[in-house]
Design a protein around this ligand. Structure first.
Ligand code: NOJ
Length: 539
């Protein structure tokens, strides 16, 4: 493997697949691994991404739709079997696509054999694989920790007379990563998939695995700048100092990195790490390129769509990324409202351009490339456990099936089948097939950006520099590698803005978010329409 392709995670674009909603191949209304295989040519050729990240497909009671794993080393029959997984890997690799799988190390399902043993009696050898504690003298939980999905994070176990810890649902008991046997068992899980040939891991709530060893109470949060990235419900009112992110977590990720590096070529890791404090967030890169390759950067999900705010976010990311580290950006995933609903269509087009032109690895969420919107689902029909427990947090809206065709069930599942979540009302217009024929479509904008990025060294690996001065409502930057310089400019306002970029010499437009504009332009008078974005090249 040459150096270039060994660094695919740096050069490439990652595409997240939520398997339940991507493509169903057997007419049960739920997407599956064979469905992913069936769409492999779309991923490789029509879209042109470099890697896919598969959300969990392991055996699971599906209390949290696969993030409650009952066997880490198999495939849930709903999604297929190990042979189908191996085929998926082969088909992806044949097309030059890397495969990243989701690993859920913080918690198992309460149906996992480890937990069933652990809760069977206090003397079971696996008792200490989970976090068990006595009640306080008045019978209440051992401390004041809250579960992300609502309520206390402690569940009473009648049979053995102790509480167990669960940072999410009570069906998702937290593993005790301070127990060396747990560490060994989980590192063996990583090895199981590495030996099968996966290229990397997306690590679910990576920082949660180490808690304060004394399980101290969390204080109330009085300073919003210090709290959660997205404070929700009672959970968002506490400062989560002790229930996650204990510094001992870094030793675990150093060990994981050693394991990843022991494979040829070395494999990759990206951690789901929602931390507001940039300096702390960046510690997950390690001290010397020895922990995660990347902590996911969710900042664009919470930054107002304004020129100055976006620039500040990008510069904050640039300033904390260590010299050996590589930035990354995310605009959507299975936990977040749809990009096109959050920002509206015009800004979502700018967002696509921003994501695919910043310095850093972009991760796309399936369906965002068609401009899929949130689908409103009445509460009584909602399936997401979080949405059912904490008003306003439901994620079904952004997990509805991928819209492939204007035909029955949008090509997601067979005619007559019932998709596990309803399809968007607008799928006959917003879908892959229809958009492929429309040069102005969302999909074709993504395709143009992806194709240009693929052949531009400046965009893939070049340096970033903000361009000044520009009108206040504009955000402009350059990306440069060798003798290639690309300029990206956005007008984030309702009126036309003029840029004078004549100091850069001659300029040609490559891609516009709005108009079919290309070719050379008078660099002294570059007019950007309201909410337009341009990719330009210095010639
Ligand atoms: C983060 C995942 O992205 C989310 O979908 C899941 O519910 C929680 N972790 C718990 O595993």
């Amino acid at each position: 493997m040459d150096n270039q392709s060994a660094l695919w995670w740096k050069n490439g674009v990652i595409y997240q697949i939520y398997p339940r909603s991507f493509q169903d191949s057997n007419g049960d209304g739920i997407g599956d691994l064979q469905g992913v295989i069936n769409r492999m040519d779309y991923l490789a050729k029509t879209l042109g991404v470099d890697a896919i990240w598969l959300s969990p497909f392991y055996p699971s009671p599906q209390a949290d739709f696969g993030y409650d794993v009952s066997n880490y080393c198999d495939v849930d029959p709903v999604f297929g079997d190990l042979a189908t997984f191996d085929k998926l890997l082969r088909e992806a690799h044949e097309r030059g696509i890397k495969v990243i799988i989701d690993i859920v190390p913080n918690h198992t399902s309460n149906q996992h054999p480890w937990f069933i043993e652990s809760r069977s009696n206090r003397d079971n050898p696996k008792r200490d694989w989970y976090v068990w504690r006595d009640a306080k003298v008045d019978g209440t939980p051992p401390n004041n920790w809250l579960a992300v999905f609502g309520g206390s994070s402690w569940e009473w176990d009648e049979k053995t007379g102790q509480y167990y810890l669960h940072s999410f649902l009570k069906e998702q008991p937290d593993l005790n990563w301070r127990n060396p046997d747990v560490q060994k068992a989980m590192f063996d899980v990583y090895r199981f998939w590495l030996d099968r040939g996966v290229d990397g891991f997306r690590i679910d709530v990576a920082h949660y695995i180490m808690k304060d060893p004394e399980l101290k109470d969390n204080p109330v949060n009085r300073d919003p700048s210090k709290g959660e990235l997205k404070p929700t419900g009672e959970y968002g009112k506490m400062l989560h100092l002790y229930d996650k992110g204990h510094p001992d977590v870094h030793g675990i990720y150093r060990e994981l990195r050693r394991i990843l590096n022991s494979y040829q070529p070395p494999r990759y890791s990206v951690g789901e790490i929602h931390i507001l404090d940039w300096k702390e967030w960046a510690t997950y890169y390690g001290q010397n390129d020895d922990e995660l390759h990347m902590p996911f950067n969710f900042s664009l999900l919470v930054t107002p769509w304004k020129a100055l705010a976006l620039r500040k976010t990008v510069e904050a990311v640039e300033s904390v990324t260590p010299p050996w580290g590589w930035p990354n950006y995310v605009l959507g995933n299975h936990d977040e409202p749809r990009l096109a609903s959050r920002l509206g269509l015009q800004k979502a087009r700018q967002a696509a351009m921003l994501l695919l032109t910043l310095r850093g690895t972009p991760t796309l969420y399936n369906g965002d490339e068609f401009g899929q919107m949130n689908v409103t689902i009445p509460l009584e029909e909602q399936k997401d456990p979080w949405g059912k427990r904490v008003p306003g947090t439901g994620r079904d809206q952004n997990r509805t099936p991928n819209q492939w065709t204007p035909g029955t069930n949008a090509g997601f599942t067979a005619e007559g089948a019932i998709p596990w979540l309803p399809l968007a009302d607008n799928y006959q217009m917003v879908n892959m097939q229809t958009e492929l024929d429309d040069p102005a479509s969302f999909l074709n904008l993504y395709r143009k950006l992806l194709a240009f990025r693929r052949q531009s060294n400046a965009l893939r690996v070049g340096r970033y520099e903000a361009i000044d001065p520009v009108p206040e409502a504009c955000f402009a930057y350059l990306r440069q590698a060798g003798n290639e310089t690309i300029i990206i400019a956005f007008n984030m306002s309702d009126i036309t803005m003029r840029l004078d970029l004549r100091r850069f010499g001659n300029i040609e437009i490559i891609i516009s978010t709005e108009l079919n504009r290309n070719g050379t332009i008078d660099a002294a008078r570059i007019d950007l329409s309201p909410w337009e974005g341009l990719v330009m090249r210095i010639i």
